[in-house]
Design a binder for this molecule. Sequence first.
Ligand code: ATP
Length: 250
Amino acid sequence: MTVFLSIDQLSKRRHEAPDRYLFQGITAEVHRGQRVALLGVSGQGKTTLLRIIARLDAMDEGGLSLHGQPADNWKPQEWRAKVSYVAQQAVMLTGSVEDNLRTVSRLHGTPFDRELARTCMEALGLGALAWSKPASELSGGEKQRTALVRTLLARPDVLLLDEVTASLDPGSKRAVEQWLNAWSEREGTACVWITHDLEQAKQVSDRVWFMADGQLLEQGDTAAFFRQPETEPARRFIEWPAAGKDEANV
Ligand SMILES: Nc1ncnc2c1ncn2[C@@H]1O[C@H](COP(=O)(O)OP(=O)(O)OP(=O)(O)O)[C@@H](O)[C@H]1O
């Protein structure tokens, strides 16, 4: 079991009330090839946590290390090449689809893997998309998947996925889930998914991190989490949709 990423007692204070924590004392590891679903009700700080792990936001306390090396030993851009955050709202760079796909090879001076780019685009349902098209003209779902392929081409060790299927139809969503599962298995890439879709969490993860009350309240095996969560907030969280249905049937 190879540890890629370690999170040690990570805390973030609330910006409107710095004497209070958004979350506190988060300690976890991400192993090679592990697939984590990061769950919790809105506003817990899931996005903030992923952005801190990607070194896009600052932590207030605690530490991060990658491949056993503390964050301070890494240049931020080298860290971000290995620990890549994919946002819910994809940001396209100016230029064509191809310009976007070539971003990583341009930045790192490495050859552009056209074949891999083509395979990824097809797998994500974008096989028919003209690469000459201006990226600004893509639909939200096309942008999201193109941004994902752009990130995959950098072959990060850890992929931080923030509701990346939010604007996709069910078929495209399934294609992304299947491709990322297969990618993780083949490449050993670790994935941390923020999702509000519990079925998706079951499909894409072998481990759950559950955030509540400003903590990482539970972390464990996905099947065990959904079968028998250990805490009351987690029980309420996973039972809520069923409870809602019951109420609707009354
Ligand atoms: N220092 C801080 N950094 C980031 N967000 C903060 C901070 N202090 C308070 N907040 C608030 O806490 C919330 C954190 O938002 P964030 O998007 O990280 O949560 P989330 O769990 O991902 O929510 P959602 O599931 O709705 O996307 C926001 O309402 C934000 O305004």
